[in-house]
Design a protein. Structure first.
Length: 215
């Protein structure tokens, strides 16, 4: 049986696009979407859309109902649960990063912080958010544990909408970048206890800012 690589690739692209638009709030919770509607909007056939909807259902971002396919998105309880998980295990990822530290991984982490500081001076929230993701993903990917990476990376992606709200809060972007700089310095000093504590404070601060001001 011949594998249709082009079809698989297109399905992945459709999934990534729809996932991002659900997480960013383009599709609101409770909104009904149809295959035909999405095909028209994206300019693709029903096969990649159907596959993308199946995967979105597995991610609990949509569900079937008598009215059709309904958008679930990420709500406050989801956000609180994801932060609770991150508060308990992101520190483990930081410790793993230090245990597996290389000159290259440390350099990449430093560059992510420096780019955040650069974009902060430019008042560019989109690039600040991108570098925020880069900072955390580097820690996950280099922590030496596929289990931790596979657990934390999807959670970080799912709070994308809320992380942008946090970054756009007055003063929060500057504070977040300073927190990343402090975490980086602790990692560079190989102070695992300090790095873990600072990471937990960082996640907790972002969570409280969003819950208090937005949710």
């Amino acid at each position: 049986m011949r594998v249709e690589y082009k079809t698989v690739s297109l399905a992945d692209q459709v999934f990534e696009r729809l996932e991002a638009e659900i997480l960013s709030g383009k599709y609101q919770r409770g909104e009904v979407v149809t295959e035909l509607q999405l095909c028209a909007e994206l300019g693709v056939s029903r096969t990649p859309v159907r596959e993308a909807l199946r995967r979105l259902s597995q991610e609990h971002l949509i569900e079937d109902s008598p009215r059709g396919t309904v958008v679930l998105g990420v709500v406050r309880k989801d956000f609180e649960d994801m932060c609770a998980i991150r508060l308990r295990i992101e520190g483990l990822a930081v410790r793993g990063f230090i245990d597996n530290l290389t000159d290259d991984s440390l350099r990449q982490l430093r560059e992510a912080v420096e780019f955040q500081e650069f974009y902060l001076n430019k008042s560019d929230p989109d690039h600040i958010k991108a570098m925020d993701s880069r900072f955390h993903e580097l820690i996950y990917q280099n922590c030496g544990s596929a289990i931790l990476c596979d657990t934390l990376a999807p959670l970080h992606k799912k709070v994308q909408k809320f992380r942008r709200l946090s970054i756009e809060q007055s003063g929060r972007a500057e504070t977040s970048v300073k927190e990343h700089r402090a975490i980086y310095e602790a990692i560079a000093a190989k102070d695992a206890d300090l790095a873990e504590r600072l990471m937990n404070e960082h996640v907790g601060n972002a969570m409280r800012t969003i819950i208090e001001k937005e949710l």
